[in-house]
Write a protein that binds this ligand. Structure first.
Ligand code: IMP
Length: 184
């Protein structure tokens, strides 16, 4: 844990513990960036950041990618339940890019039930991209309701509610440099 991480813990006493430190995140993101750079040589992929939670991951990941690439943004919200994903996704903000015949890398903060990303893949497939892969910082595998292919995963985590590094609780705490667990 860095000094910064410890400072945040002191400032935010409601955080129970640090699950993944900022050092660990940065190290793993570099590895994923290298993997992607090798896999996409000769291509010019489009990284699609799923807002809001994936913005820190996109920023750090793309700075570790050595092949030419573009970025674009999508914002989605789930219809129905406030705490439970329904998988029926409303597009709040669509892509500007035309992804036909392009290699697309969807960048997510966390895959929980898998319903949101499954719906998004289905939707983007109708636009005839050359390929779609998913890069997610976190994978809550044990919460999965729908199987989805994840190509680049930072960390598998237990079924706990986490905050930080883009992930929010009530729109707060996205700024934390680590992934933390809140006190119950
Ligand atoms: P799902 O995979 O369709 O269940 O939903 C994934 C989305 O739910 C993520 O993009 C997050 O916005 C949100 N989410 C799931 N688990 C957590 C968590 O532990 N903390 C914060 N947001 C979460």
């Amino acid at each position: 844990m860095t000094f910064d991480d410890q400072e945040y813990l002191r400032r935010y006493p409601f955080i129970e513990r640090v699950l993944i430190s900022s050092d660990e995140i940065q190290k793993r993101v570099r590895q994923l960036g290298n993997e992607i750079s090798i896999a996409y040589q000769g291509s010019q992929p489009i990284f699609v950041c799923i807002l809001k939670g994936a913005y820190p991951f996109l920023a750090d990941l793309t700075r570790c990618v050595s092949v030419d690439h573009e970025v674009d943004f999508m914002a989605v919200s789930s219809y129905g339940g406030a705490t439970q994903s329904t998988g029926v996704v409303k597009i709040e903000k669509d892509l500007k890019s035309n992804i036909t015949d392009r290699d697309v890398i969807l960048v997510e903060d966390i895959i929980d039930t898998g319903l949101t990303i499954a719906h998004l893949i289905e939707l983007l497939q109708t636009r005839a991209p050359r390929s779609i892969r998913v890069a997610s910082l976190l994978d809550k595998k044990s919460a999965r309701k729908k199987e989805v292919p994840l190509h680049y995963v930072g960390f598998e985590i237990p079924k706990e509610f986490v905050i930080g590094y883009g992930l929010d609780y009530d729109e707060k705490y996205r700024n934390l440099p680590f992934i933390g667990v809140m006190k119950a």
